[in-house]
Design a binder for this molecule. Structure first.
Ligand code: AMP
Ligand code: GLY
Length: 425
């Protein structure tokens, strides 16, 4: 089978790795890919327009197009591919609005009884600021979200009223581009977060192994929000009791909502969950695999990833029976100095082979080859994943690999998966 993967992050590297290990796959393409992916797939550069991708797929007899990131999904790339009779993994462009617009997602949740934070949407600053003031006057705290895709950076969890007001002004000032023309303000939820990824074809919904991301830049969940600084799987915060509620209140209602709204969906739905005292509440929906959750979850999948993705794309999720490695996987993200702000690029990265020799998987994200050397080229640069029979062992193996890698100003969190250790005590 011939597969085309779209994307260039650590998530796509982990997806390509899983596909490469699937016996069915004879040829693997990735656009645009990265230097890590280039070792296992043929990297090509396609324009990102649906028709160009469909043309390439047709000419190269591609059996499955797997879309990694949200941007091409929101553009409707899967619609263009499916129109040529080629299987595609990912929701329709219309359904991708569940991630593309926070306002659309919140309306969908409310309409379908999916538990989520109370919210209001605004298209201008003054009424938004008034709402913020009235919430604080009533003793409630808020989170400010720019509506639209802002690479995980358009969400400000305000520490106080002043910060919330500043965030509103920042959003409307155009700091997040077109993602700031509408602002969603929602109630601050308290609890521990978990990521629930589930395959769906609109008829069935099948959760993958649980995981937990670390959104904040610094140890102890301090500092600004990022795209994600590390993940582990499984996440003990997702107890059987919590998962039962997620199944019933979130996933089943999600499926009903798709049907009711006539949204075509064959791909993965990622529900960012806050485990609050009242039960699970959805922080956000993403219409694609999580990054870096994928780098912790997929290495644990023992079933063929190709079969898993293809059956989903063909509407056969009901036939899947996924098998998981019992071991724990921990994935630590290595980021450039300055991330999530402006980063300095072009520093040589060393030690990646040594980390792999020590048993880690090193997934590339923001790397490029310059003068024959691999250098950093973005915010999040690598994700280092390792297994262990338990959480402490997986942590030790992952950090053993991390410590072998370096480049100028590299930064990473030292406490990935520590919450699981504390919980298991
Ligand atoms: P989002 O992109 O909407 O998931 O927001 C990114 C991160 O901001 C989440 O993973 C949470 O850590 C945090 N966050 C978002 N919404 C809330 C909320 N209502 N209460 C508390 N934290 C939140
Ligand atoms: N890890 C967060 C995300 O993929 O959105």
């Amino acid at each position: 089978m011939r597969v085309l993967v779209l994307g260039s992050g650590g998530r796509e590297h982990a997806i390509c790795d899983g596909l490469k290990r699937s016996a069915e796959v004879t040829e693997l393409f990735c656009s645009p890919g990265n230097p890590g992916i280039a070792k296992i797939a043929k990297c090509v550069t396609l324009s990102g327009e649906g028709e160009d991708i469909a043309d390439f797929a047709e000419k190269n007899n591609i059996d499955l197009v797997m879309v990694g990131p949200e941007a091409p999904l929101v553009k409707g790339v899967t619609d263009a591919v499916r129109a040529r009779g080629i299987a595609a993994f990912g929701p329709s462009g219309k359904a991708a609005q569940l991630e593309g617009s926070k306002d659309f997602a919140k309306k969908f949740m409310v309409e379908n009884n999916i538990p989520t934070a109370k919210y209001m949407s605004f298209t201008s600053a003054e009424p938004a600021l008034e709402y913020v003031r009235s919430e604080y006057a009533a003793g409630r705290e808020v989170v400010v979200k720019a509506d639209g895709l802002a690479a995980g950076k358009g969400v400000i969890v305000a520490a106080n009223q002043q910060e919330a007001e500043e965030a509103v002004r920042e959003c409307f000032s155009g700091a997040f581009g077109s993602a700031g023309s509408m602002v969603v303000i929602e109630e601050l939820l308290i609890g521990e977060e978990a990521s629930i990824l589930a395959l769906t074809d609109g008829e069935n919904i099948l959760p993958l192994a649980s995981s937990q991301d670390h959104k904040r830049l610094l140890d102890g969940d301090k500092g600004p929000n990022t795209g994600g600084m590390g993940a582990y799987s499984p996440a003990p915060v997702v107890t059987d009791a919590l998962m039962e509620r997620v199944q019933k209140e979130v996933l089943e209602n999600f499926l009903k909502g798709l049907k009711k709204s006539g949204l075509f969906y064959r791909g993965i739905i990622y529900a960012g969950i806050m485990a609050t005292k009242e039960g699970p509440k959805v922080l956000e929906f993403n219409v694609r695999f999580g990054d870096p959750e994928t780098q912790a979850v997929l290495p644990r999948l023992k079933s063929s990833l190709f079969d898993t993705l293809m059956k989903t794309a063909q509407g056969k999720v009901g036939e899947l029976d996924l098998k998981w490695d019992e071991r724990v996987a921990v994935s630590v993200v290595l980021a450039s100095g300055g991330y999530p702000g402006t980063v300095e690029k072009g520093f040589e990265i060393t030690g990646m082979d040594a980390a792999e020799d020590a048993g880690c998987r090193v997934y590339h994200a923001g790397t490029v080859v310059k003068d024959g050397k691999i250098v950093n080229s973005g915010g999040r640069v690598l994700a280092v994943t390792a297994f262990g029979k338990d959480v402490p062992e997986a942590i030790a193996s992952a950090y053993n690999g991390v410590e072998k890698i370096s480049w100028k100003d590299m930064q990473y969190r030292k406490d990935i998966a520590q919450k699981a250790v504390n919980r298991n005590k």
